[in-house]
Design a protein around this ligand. Structure first.
Ligand code: PLP
Length: 499
């Protein structure tokens, strides 16, 4: 079954833009502080999300930490959002009634023009043994070959299997990397992928150093900025293409970033999870992906990359200098024990460069069509995307122009749950949001992340839900917004009265 292109009926479902000038704004809800907002109070009540270190000098919350020796790390944004969705009735049986634009995953069904995906895996008895913690050699070779063919033709230094570590998923790869970072400054940016927050704080040797990216500058990572050179950063970690902004560091800028790892004593870790999801302006470029591997000079010196696409397989890889791979083998031996053996064997033919190329062409055409469709519909209902994504499958949506309180991401998220739609509030991409004393001051406060990973029908359902919220705001004013959020599926409809 292939996902259809948007029909004219779908296009005409787009509503005329709404203007909020005349809306009854209910001034009592012009919130300035999180204490006034029910959505924010709910977030604070979830385990691990209380303000830390304000009243008591300690950094743990005594009400939560009742199991001796155990501290809540705080759930990642996506998990908090699924918990809240479940409290509003979302479950696997009812999921077809919902639009999940929060899930950071691509649709995995067939897409037009893409090679078939294996739905059965055969393996022999040997595959029931543990695989090595660095992965099966044939798969490591297949990854090295894919990168050499795609990015390193004609270059003297080529990847071998010793530059590849197979890991059980992206987060496992990142945790293995974080576990081997020593007592050094580790730079990350805001906004970026939510799990870096817990990952960087779980491994307590490294010192995380945040840099806020500037929306005016399209969230560009300015590597010439003084901090990178003067702060003695030993490690820089960044997603590229960038989650959640959908931007990408490429060409000369990417080259300069890779050069840092050669010219200074800094290791650049680029999480290239979305490197196949690039939307080219020129059709002749369709099928091209972007990776720092193109700018690496000596494969045993320069940066590290992480990638792959069938999320349910939990097979992923890290590429880097041999001595990094041996360190990752060691951290894998106590963290996760290695990736699934039978699926590693099944992944080998999928990494054939020709196969990957056809997959990328199909992916890029299909996801570009979905991106354009969503952008067009959002514009039609009056929420124009100021920074359209050029990569990934995320839209970083600024709600600032909507009326209070649906102009903040957490409240907008709660209102959409009432309409059976899930998005991710922007604050989760502000690394360590719970540590802010007023979440309203977060640079991500006015944003949500919408995913166009799901099939087109689901995207339309979600945009219809956004349109309903906006229509209600226009018609009834803002009095019915910002409250009456369900605490649990069995609990009372409202957490509190009107906060
Ligand atoms: C930048 C980035 N890295 C890693 C991951 C997680 O990978 P996995 O689901 O394979 O653990 C994601 C998933 O959303 C991501 O956005």
């Amino acid at each position: 079954m292939s996902s259809p292109r948007p029909t004219s009926a779908q296009a005409s479902r787009a509503n005329t833009p709404l203007h909020f000038r005349d809306v009854d704004l209910d001034v009592s809800k012009s919130y300035k502080h999180e204490d006034e907002s029910e959505a924010h109070q709910l977030y604070r009540q979830a385990a691990g999300h209380k303000v830390k270190g304000t009243i008591l000098p300690q950094t743990v919350n005594p009400d939560e930490e009742t199991v001796p020796g155990i501290q809540h790390p705080g759930s990642t944004g996506v998990i908090y959002c699924s918990d809240r969705a479940q409290a509003n009735g979302f479950n696997y049986a009812s999921s077809h009634e919902w639009s999940n634009l929060g899930q950071g995953a691509p649709e995995v069904g067939p897409i037009p023009g893409a090679p078939d995906r294996p739905l059965k895996v055969e393996y022999d008895n040997d595959a029931l043994e543990y695989a090595p913690t660095t992965g099966v050699k044939a798969l490591r070779e297949a990854v090295a070959n894919l990168y050499n063919t795609t990015y390193r033709q004609g270059k003297a230094s080529q990847y071998t299997y010793e530059n590849v570590c197979i890991v059980p998923g992206g987060r496992a790869g990142l945790s293995r990397v974080a576990a081997v970072i020593g007592d050094v400054y580790c730079s990350y940016q805001v906004p970026d992928y939510t799990a870096y927050d817990q990952m960087l704080s779980a491994f307590r040797r490294l010192v995380p150093v945040p840099t806020a990216l500037d929306p005016e500058d399209h969230y560009n990572l300015d590597i010439k900025q003084k901090d990178i050179h003067t702060q003695g950063l030993a490690v820089i970690i960044a997603s590229n293409p960038r989650n959640p902004t959908g931007q990408v560091i490429k060409g000369k800028d990417l080259k300069e970033l890779v050069d840092i790892s050669r010219e200074s004593t800094t290791t650049v870790i680029l999480d290239e999870f979305y490197s196949w999801y690039i939307y080219h302006d020129d059709d002749k470029d369709i099928g091209k992906s972007i990776s720092s591997a193109e700018y690496v000079e000596d494969v045993n010196q320069d940066s590290v990359v992480i990638n792959w696409r069938l999320p349910g397989w939990r097979i992923c890889w890290v590429i880097g200098p041999k001595n990094l791979i041996t360190a990752l083998s060691q951290s894998g031996s106590f963290l996760d024990g290695g990736a699934n053996h039978p699926l590693q064997l099944a992944a080998v033919p999928l990494l054939d460069p020709q196969h990957v190329h056809s997959e990328r062409i199909a992916l890029q055409k299909h996801f570009k069509m979905k991106r354009d469709h969503v952008l067009k519909r959002l514009k039609a209902i009056g929420v124009e995307v100021t920074l359209p994504p050029v990569a990934t499958f995320y839209i970083w949506l600024n709600l600032e122009n909507l009326p209070d309180p649906i102009n903040n991401g957490l409240t907008f998220f709660e209102e959409l749950l009432k309409e059976k739609t899930i998005v991710i509030p922007g604050i989760f991409f502000d690394i360590n949001p719970a540590h802010r004393r007023n979440l309203f001051n977060s640079p991500c406060h006015h944003f949500v992340r919408l995913s166009f990973g799901p099939p087109l029908e689901d995207l339309d359902k979600g945009i219809d839900a956004i349109a309903r919220v906006l229509r209600k705001a226009k018609k009834e004013g803002m009095r019915s917004f910002g409250h009456s959020y369900r605490r649990s599926i069995d609990g009372p409809a409202s957490l509190t009265s009107h906060v």
